[in-house]
Write a protein that binds this ligand. Structure first.
Ligand code: ADP
Length: 426
């Protein structure tokens, strides 16, 4: 006989039970207690089995020796085999021959270390098709803390695998096509560069002859022909000179897009000194006031930077308005880049033209109004972009313009962002 405290209803109590305070003391037969425990155990096992069999995943359980002792109904339905056939190591017969070694290695290794594991393998389904399975196993322990084997769950990931595979294949195909197009573009770009260079270079010689001989004609025969003829000769000479200028500028544009890029640290203040020196005549003639801020050191080429600043400053002076011209130049750091600005109080640019002016030969005025060929800004854009930067303008007609350009502050950023170099004539 044993004394037991219970919360069962009075109807459950055996005869002889008595109440003490609020607790009911039940005097029980040990046989009856054993019976109840067995019933509870059976009930809990039944609950587990129902749950396991209804689960939409394949479940298995293994003993400490690694041999499997349980598979749920979902597993058995999937493989179409009997529980007896799957128990122990039987389940491994359904694993695809190519995955078997790796699968066993992971499984047995995890057992030795008593670690959780995840593995993917192909398992034969009842209809004979091998399906990709993601199997997750975790060690289990008895309430006393002893290792009791593993419990694992598996899901069919074949669809997901197939989707991944298709995605990877599409990605590969896309990359292949992009690479193909890039190579093609690169080649035609190189060809075009070489063609532009050769054409403009070779055009210079006959043009020089035309201009030279017409000049001779002008010198020797001015006044001997009629006035129309004198005028026509002058037109030919002027047009020839202009064409020569344009060809020279085309060559400069072609050069700006080719050749090695130098990334030596360049003190831009020195490049600015050179640019101002080259512009000294127009600075003096226009009485422009130049306000210069301190410029940074960036990985850049001296000649290219000088030309860049010279083009922008030259324009700022050339396109001055009625007011006394003031040109301001400076730079501010902006994250991993420096943002330069060249600001003027000149004639400004209408919003409709702010993008067009960076294209080759795009001008907003005739050469009689303002001299030039319309290639300076295209050269600036090409140079800045080759060095991984950007160039743009903000302007208000009649008030002035500010040209901005950025350049990477360090060589690592610069080399990352620059275009691949073109094998073109330098
Ligand atoms: P160019 O100076 O030889 O005409 P650019 O390519 O340097 O060629 O400039 C293209 C055009 O952009 C110029 O003809 C002019 O209309 C406009 N432009 C450039 N800079 C300025 C400026 N600072 N102010 C007003 N207009 C400008």
């Amino acid at each position: 006989m044993a004394l037991d405290f219970d919360h069962t209803t009075p109807g459950d109590a055996l005869p002889g039970s008595e109440r003490r305070h609020d607790l009911k003391v039940v005097i029980r037969d040990p046989r009856h207690r054993h019976q109840r425990l067995l019933e509870q155990l059976r009930e809990s096992e039944e609950r587990f089995r129902t749950m396991a069999d209804c689960a939409p995943v394949l479940l298995w359980m293994a003993e400490p020796d690694g041999l499997c002792s349980f598979f749920n109904k979902t597993w058995l339905d999937f493989t179409g085999r009997t529980l007896d056939a799957e128990l122990g190591n039987g389940w491994a017969e359904g694993v695809h021959a190519e995955d078997f070694q790796c699968c066993m290695h992971i499984y047995l290794n995890a057992f030795v270390k008593r670690e959780s594991f995840r593995m993917e393998y192909r398992l034969r389904r009842a209809d004979g098709e091998y399906r990709w399975i993601l199997d997750t196993g975790v060690p289990r322990y008895s309430p006393g803390g002893n290792f009791a084997g593993y419990i694992g769950s598996c899901i069919d990931i074949s669809e997901m695998k197939a989707a991944h595979q298709t995605l990877a294949e599409m990605n590969d195909e896309l990359e292949r096509r992009v690479e193909e197009r890039t190579t093609e573009l690169q080649r035609s770009n190189d060809e075009l560069q070489q063609f532009a260079y050769a054409a403009s270079h070779d055009l210079q010689a006959p043009l020089r002859a035309i201009v030279g001989y017409t000049d001779l004609l002008k010198q020797r025969y001015t006044g001997q022909l009629d006035t129309d003829a004198d005028e026509f000769i002058s037109f030919i000479v002027e047009s020839g000179k202009r064409m020569s200028e344009m060809i020279n500028d085309l060559l400069a544009y072609s050069r700006a897009g080719s050749g090695e890029l130098s990334f030596e640290p360049l003190n831009c203040n020195v490049a600015l000194d050179h640019a101002l020196e080259n512009l000294s005549a127009s600075i003096e003639e226009s009485s422009v006031q130049i306000k210069r801020g301190d410029l940074p050191t960036v990985p850049m080429d001296m000649t290219k930077m000088t030309l860049l600043l010279q083009n922008l400053l030259g324009n700022a002076i050339k396109f001055r308005g009625a007011e006394a011209p003031i040109v301001e130049i400076g730079a501010e750091q902006d994250g991993g880049a420096w943002r330069f600005h060249v600001r003027d109080n000149g004639i400004g640019i209408a919003p409709a033209h702010v993008d067009r002016i960076f294209q080759v030969f795009q001008r907003l005025h005739t050469s009689e109004e303002y001299p030039g060929t319309g290639i300076g800004l295209a050269v600036c854009k090409r140079t800045v972009e080759r060095y991984g930067g950007r160039i743009w303008v903000e302007s208000e007609p009649g008030k002035g313009s500010t040209f901005f350009f950025t350049l990477p502050a360090t060589q690592s950023v610069a080399t990352e962002q620059t275009e691949p170099d073109h094998a073109a004539p330098g």
